[in-house]
Design a binder for this molecule. Sequence first.
Ligand code: DAH
Length: 341
Amino acid sequence: MIGSPDLEQIIADAQRVFANAADTATLEKEKARFLGKNSALTALLKGLSKLDPEVRKREGAGINVAKQRVEKALNARRQEFSDALINQRLAAEAIDVTLPGLRSSVGSLHPVMQTWERIEQIFHSIGFDVADGPEIETDWYNFTALNSPENHPARSMQDTFYLDAKDAQGRPLLLRTHMSAMQVRYAQIHKPPIKSIVPGRTYRIDSDATHSPMFHQIEGLWIDESISFADLKGVYIAFLRQFFERNDILIRFRPSYFPFTEPSAEIDMRFERGKNAGCWLEISGSGQVHPNVLHNMGLDPKLYTGFAFGSGLERLTMLRYGVDDMRSFFENDLRFLRQFT
Ligand code: DAH
């Protein structure tokens, strides 16, 4: 019956209806109308049984072809819907590959912190214990225990920030002015041989090219039965050689005064680089631990001797990299800081 008006009409109707279906739901509903149990095609197929076998075969083939064409139209429209859906998704999820990516920037240690870690490693490698202590100190540990009683003139060199809170003796607590405050604390809880370094933050009312109100120091302490000034020189020079990675550093031990050492020396080093090349910069105070301090540590000064030093981490960093002004370390100018990554 193909070519018969009936079948051609059914096919044309189906093609038109399917093409006009606005969405898949409508399309699937229309499918029932043309291919379902109650469709014209199904009725025609059912009617075949009444026909002669010869005619049935011919007509049946025609109906089947018509059915295939209707199914083809249906599938073509289904395909259109699924293509449209995919295209819509692709458009929605489109990535503009020409946009710059989101960068996560990698940070690095501040140059002074790099110095801190480097010094810890060097001293650790020659048998020094690395310790830590409080930034808020008592008057006793910061001054009195270090042979600087109240009204001692040496205290005025280290004016600092005081807190409203008071210690057990009724003295105001303060921000430690030097890492030497850790000497007696450490010695009170460790037995000789005492061999430690204590890096940390310290505070003073000071601000210029070589002073900052907050700065970093490293305190070194070695006490045993016969530790001398010669040991101080040997250890300190060996440390500087490792720190600066060279043997020809120029340093001098200049006689000085600190209440907690006797004799005392300041250690100066010469700038090799930068605007200050040729100038000497003080990098450390040092000396033989004073008998009164040993006594405050609970040690017998007749039995024990030792040396101590306190070095500025900013200053060592300045010398290592040829930095002219200490304040650059605290201005947070990334152009400056990135040079040390
Ligand atoms: N604490 C001193 C200061 O900050 C430096 C110092 C001098 C530390 C002599 C010492 C020392 O350990 O023996 O000025």
